[in-house]
Each structure stands twice: as structure tokens, then as C-alpha cells.
Ligand binder design. Structure first.
Ligand SMILES: Nc1ncnc2c1ncn2[C@@H]1O[C@H](COP(=O)(O)OP(=O)(O)OP(=O)(O)O)[C@@H](O)[C@H]1O
Ligand SMILES: [Mg+2]
Ligand SMILES: [Zn+2]
Length: 231
């Protein structure tokens, strides 16, 4: 088993499977249930605390065919495509590799006005958003000032101080915190997390994936010393 497949195995697909970010999950589920989802979120916090995972769950909840009380069902076509990274209305950008203003213009400004392919919402997940250039931030600011009705931006960063105040002030910010072994223990059983590795689009973040694997192994091993690290 490869690093990546093990890591994918434990990617939560519903808010209730997340560990240690109860305040965030509660607020998001509440907004979803009352149809009051904001146009822009800033998810900040240390590496591997669930920012990207939560962004994908939020995207799934917005697009899900059968959402329940703010949770995606995790099984419909929309949910499965979001999980595989193949949903046409979920656009994931990695600012670490796309720092140029042209990329933001091409990927966001030029396309943001188009209606979603499947109907309800179009979700932009921008990872490592603090890496964008000043020009790129300026181009994005225009869109954040008057976001089209159907668009939700989810900006993720380990370094919120590097995100310009003009951008931050237009986002609802959530601070993710490192979770503890005790919090991990509260999860009913890791067995309830998705069991099948689900290959995603090739990522530029192989090393980041490996680092998260190690973190996850360490937590699993602290719970159950017999856990073997698969190779
Ligand atoms: N709060 C959490 N609850 C359950 N699993 C989590 C949580 N945070 C991280 N994980 C696990 O760790 C993996 C990596 O999490 P994720 O990519 O969401 O972190 P991140 O905050 O986006 O990190 P980075 O800053 O490196 O992008 C997930 O696949 C998931 O298995
Ligand atoms: Mg991330
Ligand atoms: Zn669904």
C-alpha cells in the first residue's frame, strides 16, 4: 500500500467525521441548514488540521443531492465527484504553484461569471492562498467585492498574516487548531471513516501528503501501538 492510498483512506467526507474543529463544523452546518452560506471563507491554521478537508466537505454539502441538516450524504454522484476531485463546479487552485496574476485572471476572474455546470453553486478552493502575488490578490479583490450569487470562495492558509487585510476583511475567518489525541479518541472509530482509497487528480503536494501521513500514523499509533505503518 502506498503512502497516498493510506492517507486518502482517512479523509473524512462528512463534518461529523472531523476531529477537534467542532466550533467550525457547527457554524458551517448551521449556515448550510439555514441557507446562509457566506460568499467567502478564510480557513487558517497549522498544517494537517483539516482546512482542505473541511473545504471539500463544505463544497459537497453545497452540491449534494440529498443534504441532511447541513451534512452531505457522502454517497450521491455530486459527493463522490467532489471527493474524487472531479466535480465540474468545484475548482481547486493551489496558490503555491499558481502565484501569477495571470492564473488568477484565467482561472477565476474570467470564469467566475459563468453559471455552475450542475446548478446550485460554484466553489473555488484556493490552497496556500498567502502565496498569491500582490497583483493576483488585487485581481481577486474585485471579485470578492461583488461576488456573483452562486459563487463561494474558500481560501485556505497556514499563514493568515500574509493575506492582505482587504481580502481578509471580506471573508468569514475560521481558525483551525491542532487536535489532540483525546479529541481523536472521541471519534467513534476510524473504521467509520471511508475505507476505500479514492484516487484524486495528481497533486503537486506529494511531499505534503507524506507529511500528513506521518502525522496521522503517529496519532493512530498513540491510540493503538500495534498499528503498522503500511509501505
Ligand atoms: N480535523 C481532522 N479530523 C479528521 N481528519 C483530519 C483532520 N485534519 C486532518 N485530517 C486528516 O489529515 C489529512 C490532511 O488534512 P487536510 O489536507 O485537510 O489538512 P490541511 O489543514 O488542509 O493541511 P495543509 O495546511 O497541509 O494544506 C486528511 O486527509 C485527513 O485524513
Ligand atoms: Mg490543505
Ligand atoms: Zn451527496
Amino acid at each position: 500500500m502506498s503512502h497516498t492510498s493510506f492517507y486518502r483512506k482517512y479523509r473524512p467526507v462528512t463534518f461529523s467525521q472531523m476531529v477537534g474543529q467542532a466550533h467550525i463544523e457547527r457554524t458551517l452546518r448551521n449556515a448550510l441548514a439555514h441557507d446562509q452560506v457566506a460568499h467567502a471563507y478564510l480557513f487558517s491554521g497549522p498544517r494537517g488540521t483539516g482546512k482542505t478537508t473541511t473545504a471539500r466537505i463544505l463544497a459537497a454539502a453545497l452540491l449534494c443531492d440529498h443534504p441532511n441538516d447541513g451534512e452531505p450524504d457522502g454517497t450521491c454522484e455530486q459527493c463522490r465527484e467532489v471527493e474524487r476531485g472531479e466535480h465540474p463546479d468545484v475548482i481547486e487552485l493551489d496558490a503555491a504553484s499558481r502565484t501569477g496574476v495571470d492564473n488568477v485572471r484565467d482561472e477565476i476572474i474570467a470564469r467566475v461569471q459563468f453559471a455552475p455546470v450542475r446548478g446550485k453553486s460554484k466553489i473555488y478552493i484556493i490552497d496556500e492562498v498567502h502565496m498569491l502575488s500582490t497583483g493576483a490578490f488585487n485581481a481577486m479583490l474585485k471579485t470578492l467585492e461583488e461576488p456573483p450569487e452562486h459563487v463561494v470562495f474558500i481560501l485556505c492558509t497556514t499563514d493568515p498574516q500574509k493575506v492582505p487585510e482587504t481580502i481578509r476583511s471580506r471573508c468569514q475567518q475560521f481558525d483551525f487548531h491542532a487536535y489532540t489525541v483525546e479529541e481523536l479518541r472521541l471519534v467513534p472509530a476510524t473504521a467509520q471513516l471511508p475505507q476505500k482509497p479514492s484516487p484524486r487528480k495528481p497533486s503537486a503536494h506529494i511531499n505534503a501528503d507524506a507529511a500528513e501521513d506521518e502525522r496521522w500514523f503517529a496519532l493512530l499509533q498513540s491510540l493503538s501501538p500495534d498499528t503498522k505503518v503500511p509501505m
